[in-house]
Design a protein around this ligand. Structure first.
Ligand code: GLV
Ligand code: MN
Ligand code: MN
Length: 407
């Protein structure tokens, strides 16, 4: 299967030899090398390759602009990663898309509508903080002015980074022409949990995505000397942050939700000074919107109570939010039997965000396929899927597409 050779070519791009992890951030050198890889794969297959106005990559089999064509069946995922991310989250869906297309051609399938392969830009939001920026810009759920003004850790704006990579940032925003070409979208993704291990199955269909979001907590206090300032005279925001992180973890454990502080910045960040400010980002997720709202309210209240005792001030801002996503139930039913056996594919919910969720919110019929992950570990260099399961994923994806291309 061509999957293996594509996987081998993509694997070393941007991999840190020390940790084995990736930092493929939108518009950085490694991510742009991945884009070159995508364009080379498209060219090898004689596909019509394009970069849309929001920096998403497309490769079409068939003419998506043809006046008589039905809107396309689209598959793909993303090529960017989280900091020190794994090889599979994103790239598995893109490599599998090309491999599934090859399989369809081998099977002699004559598509009744175009097949599109997509690599969405900046799914992880690792550089500028907003997840799924490429698909959100495409659907209009991220406003172009807001996106252009986002800045990375080096103070480079989204607009500047895009321009340096040779794309015109004045043209970003809702793109109806491209959206209209997506009749249906199937995203294949490595599973980010152990659901399939427990079910002893290589591939599942997704049911939906938990509502989730990112919040920036600013804890402000007073910088002071670490030796001469008496413990009782301090206004130390680190304490307020630390207690808030513990409270968030406890709330999430008690309520069956998820709360993670995975990134903080400390000012002035000196070993011998009480800090003046802690900025901490909370990622929170829950099975329904009510539970997510309650979780945020509880964490915010506990942070403010503690700030009152520490003499500090807390400010909480939402940076991005994705509501509950339920994938198209009819589409899921129609794809339930494309698996390797006569059994229906299992169906799993997910707590992870995906471009598929953004398209579903915009009204596109969407399905997702998950490929078994033996440890469930993701967003880490340890992320993995067995080659045999990746191949099974390609087979299932090809069969799903075959079904969709016949319509
Ligand atoms: C994306 O992988 C997310 O769920 O944050
Ligand atoms: Mn991810
Ligand atoms: Mn992903």
């Amino acid at each position: 299967m061509n999957f293996d050779s594509m996987w081998t070519t993509l694997l070393p791009i941007g991999r840190d030899p020390r940790t084995g992890g990736y930092r493929r951030f939108v518009w950085n050198a490694a991510e742009q090398e991945c884009r070159q890889w995508f364009l080379a794969e498209a060219a090898q297959r004689d596909l019509d390759a394009r970069t849309d106005q929001n920096g998403n990559l497309w490769a079409w089999w068939g003419d998506p602009d043809g006046a008589d064509e039905s809107p396309g069946a689209v598959t793909g995922s993303h090529l960017d990663s989280v900091p020190a991310g794994g090889a599979y989250d994103g790239p598995l869906g893109v490599v599998s898309a090309f491999a599934a297309l090859d399989l369809l051609r081998e099977r002699g399938v004559q598509p009744a509508r175009p097949l599109g392969i997509v690599a969405f830009a900046d799914e992880e939001g690792a550089r500028f903080g907003v997840a799924c920026a490429g698909s959100r810009l495409l659907t209009g759920s991220l406003k172009p002015d807001l996106a252009r003004a986002l800045v990375d850790a080096d103070g480079i704006s989204y607009a500047e980074a895009m321009e340096r990579a040779g794309h015109d940032p004045t043209r970003i925003g809702r793109d109806d022409q491209t959206l209209e070409k997506i009749g249906v979208f199937v995203e294949l993704h490595v599973e980010q949990g152990r659901g399939l291990v427990d079910l002893d199955a290589p591939v599942a269909l997704a049911e939906g995505i938990w509502p989730h979001g990112r919040w920036r907590f600013e804890f402000a206090g007073e910088a002071n000397h670490a030796g001469t300032t008496r413990m009782e005279d301090r206004r130390d925001p680190m304490l307020t942050y630390a207690m808030t992180a513990l409270a968030a973890n406890k709330r999430a454990r008690l309520t069956g939700t998820r709360a993670t502080f995975g990134r903080i910045e400390v000012e002035p960040s000196a070993t011998n000074a009480v800090p003046s400010r802690i900025t901490a980002w909370l990622d929170a997720r829950a099975p329904d919107q009510g539970a997510l709202d309650q979780l945020l309210a509880d964490i915010g209240r506990q942070a403010r109570d503690r700030a009152g005792r520490d003499g500090t001030v807390v400010d909480v801002r939402q940076e991005s939010v994705t509501p509950m996503v339920a994938f198209d139930a009819e589409l899921r039913r129609s794809l339930a039997r494309v698996g390797p056996t006569s059994r229906e594919l299992p169906v799993l919910p997910t707590q992870a965000g995906h471009d598929a969720g953004i398209l579903a919110e915009a009204g596109v019929p969407v399905a997702m396929l998950f490929v078994r992950n033996p440890t469930g570990v993701s967003h880490s260099p340890e992320e993995y899927a067995e080659p045999a399961d990746c191949h099974a994923g390609v087979e299932v994806l090809a069969s799903a597409l075959e079904e969709l291309l016949a319509r």
